[in-house]
Design a protein around this ligand. Sequence first.
Ligand code: CP3
Length: 346
Amino acid sequence: MTETLLSAAILRRNTGRPPVWMMRQAGRYHSHYQSLKRYNDFISLCKNPELAAETALGPVHDFNFDAAILFSDLLFPLEAMGTGLRYDPGPKLDFHVRTLADVEKLKGGAEHAGFMQFQADAMKLTRARLRGDKGLIGFVGGPFTLYVYAAAGSHEAAQAAVPGLTNGVYQAFNARLLDLLAANMALQSRAGAECVALFDTAAGEIDAAIYGKHVVPVLADLLARFRRLDANTPVIYYSRGTGPAYWDQLQDLPFQCLGIDWRHDIAAVLARYGDRWSIQGNVDPEWLHLPLDELEPRLREYFGRLHALPAEQRRGWICGLGHGILQRTPEANVRRFVSLQREIFG
Ligand code: CP3
C-alpha cells in the first residue's frame, strides 16, 4: 500500500501537496449530515457503525478532503466510566465529578475500553469504504479536557475544575481514566486508524505554569501507557488557546504532530518547531463565515505564503483550521478552501 499524504506529512516526509482535513468536517454545517440527522439522533449516528461510517465518509466524498476522521465523540469514555451522557444538543452528564466520593462512583481500567467497541466497528467500515489514498484519523479527548467536562460540564467552565487539581480529585479521576483512555486509543489504531488525535480543547483555559505542573505529566503518563500497547501509531496533540510557553514543555513527549489554533503565524511555528513535530492547522474557522469574495483573497495570501517556503519546510504541514468548522459555515466556502489548496499546491 502506498503511504497516504496524511501519514507522510505526520512523519515529516511529505514531498507532495500538503494533506487537508478539518475537525468537525462531518457536522451541522453540512447538508449530508443534516439529512442523516433528520432520521437519527447524534448518539445513534455515533453508536451504529453503519451510520457512523456513512457520516464520516460524506464530507470526504463531497469536499474531497484527504482524510476521514472517525465519526464519534470524545465524551464516550466518561459514559463508559458511568457518568451517563445525553446531548441536548450540547453534552450533559448525569452528575459532575467534584469530590472524591463522586470519583468513587466511577469505573476505571482498560477493561472498560470495550464499551467503545462501536468505534472500532465504525473505524473498520469507514476504512473498508474509503479510497486507499485517503487517510483515516481516530481521536480521543485529552485527560485534562475530559476531567474539565466531568467536573464542570463544558470547557468554558474550566475554572470551576481548577480546585480539583490540587485536592486529589483530578489525580483520583486520572487513576481510573488513563488505562481506559490508552486502551481506547489502541482499540482505534487496531481497527485501522492511521493516527490518533488527542484533542485537549480546554488546555488553554489554565496558564502555562499550571499546565506544566498538572497537565503535562498526565499527558506523558497517558502516552507512555499507549506506547506500551502500540509503539508506532502516530499521535496528533491539539490544544486550543495555548502557545510556545505550553508547547515548550511537551518536547520530550512521544507524539508526532502538534495541532495549533488560529492565533499563531503558521510559518513561524513551522520554522521554530518543524524539526520536532509535524504541525497541523491553522486557518481561523471564522474566516469561513466571510463572503467568498472576501474569503478567497485571504486564503490565497495564507496558502501563498506557505507555498513560497522551501518545500523542505512544509513537508510536515497538515493543512486545516485552527479549531473545528463552525455551524452555519457555507458549504461553498469549505469547497473553495479545498479546491484552492489543490490549485495552489498542485
Ligand atoms: O468530523 C469530525 O470532526 C468527527 C467527529 C467529532 C465530533 N466531535 C462530532 C460531534 C469530533 C472530532 C469531535 C470532537 C469534540 N467533541 C471535541 C474536541 C474539539 C472541540 O470541538 O473543541 C469536544 C470538546 C467534544 C464534545 C462535544 N460534542 C461538544 C462540546 C458538543 C456540542 C458542540 C456543538 O457544536 O454543539 C458535541 C456534539 C457533537 N460532536 C456534534 C458533532 C457533529 C454536534 C451534534 C449535533 O448536534 O448534531
